[in-house]
Design a protein around this ligand. Structure first.
Ligand code: PLP
Length: 287
């Protein structure tokens, strides 16, 4: 059975799913998106992603295309039609279609909505997590509103390509002060020498990851120490452990930064346990 996409009110075969050439998302990156992990065909961290979607849209003054309840039904229907049980669902909302002009259309247009689903091989993902991944660092060169989840991802795409060419899985952006901001599509974490979990605070120019927020709940429940404070790449390689979080990677151990091993170069016990606990919580609360 082929993949099915949702495009502006219709379910269409993936290969025939198209948007207008003057969709502002296509021409100006005037669009936001969300990605939910799917566990057992259900949406993980559903409300956290909806809350961030509403915030991103609000910051850009794009109207919610429909209610949360209606969006939930459509997302679930798209998942069902794709018969995907373990995977990801992608939702994109652009300001809509209008004659090309940088400023917003004088007469508001309807936001354009697209949904696509992809399957994830959880066995392969677990094998990858058991091995851990490498990251590379790259100078922070993104705009100043990385808190908004827009499709303006060119700097992220170039960083990810740099990682791939170096045989790494992710790129960590490093700001002018030498501090890691976040990954190209994930938040960055370490377990420092005292066993404290450390990740950048969200007052910085980063995306407030929904996985990050849910993992903080797990960390608090486990009574672990958390320090929302940035770290340097050197602190990461001197740390006991490092990992990344995101809807795509969940909690994924990082075993090398720019080719230098983190800890003993293998996934550590804290990241491994947090991955398991996060997945248990996400599966149990998915809708
Ligand atoms: N940071 C960036 C730049 C991202 O693109 C993402 C996810 O795509 C994340 C962090 C992690 O966010 P979440 O946990 O909500 O997937």
């Amino acid at each position: 059975m082929g993949r099915i996409a949702y495009v502006n009110g219709r379910f269409v075969p993936h290969g025939q799913a198209v948007v207008h050439i003057e969709d502002r998302g296509y021409q100006l990156a005037d669009a936001v998106y969300e990605v939910w992990a799917l566990f057992g065909g259900r949406l993980a961290d559903a409300q956290g992603h909806f809350a961030r979607l509403e915030r991103s849209l609000g910051e850009l003054r794009i109207a919610m295309p429909m209610s949360r309840a209606a969006l939930t039904l459509l997302l679930k229907e798209t998942v069902r039609r794709n018969r995907v049980v373990e995977g990801l669902i992608y939702l994109q909302v652009s300001r809509g279609v209008a004659r090309r002009d940088h400023a917003f259309p004088a007469t508001p247009v309807r936001p354009a909505v697209v949904m696509t689903v992809s399957a994830v091989d959880r066995v392969a993902s677990e094998a990858r997590a058991a091995k851990g991944v490498g990251v590379v660092t790259t100078p922070e060169n993104r705009w100043g509103r990385c808190d908004i989840k827009t499709v303006g991802l060119l700097a992220n795409a170039l960083a990810k390509q740099k990682a791939r060419e170096a045989g790494a899985a992710e790129a960590w952006f490093v700001d002018d002060l030498g501090l890691v901001t976040e990954g190209a599509s994930s938040n960055a974490w370490i377990v420092d020498g005292e066993g404290r979990l450390r990740t950048r605070d969200t007052n910085a120019n980063i995306l407030r990851g929904v996985t990050r927020t849910s993992l903080i709940e797990v960390i608090r429940r486990e009574g672990l120490d958390l320090d929302e404070r940035p770290f340097t790449p050197a602190e990461a390689t001197a740390a006991r452990e490092a990992f990344i979080t995101g809807a795509g990677t969940l909690v994924l151990p990082v075993v090398a930064v720019d080719g230098k091993p983190v800890g003993d170069g293998r996934p550590g016990p804290v990241a491994t346990k947090l991955r398991r606990l996060y997945i248990e919580q996400a599966r149990a609360t998915a809708i």
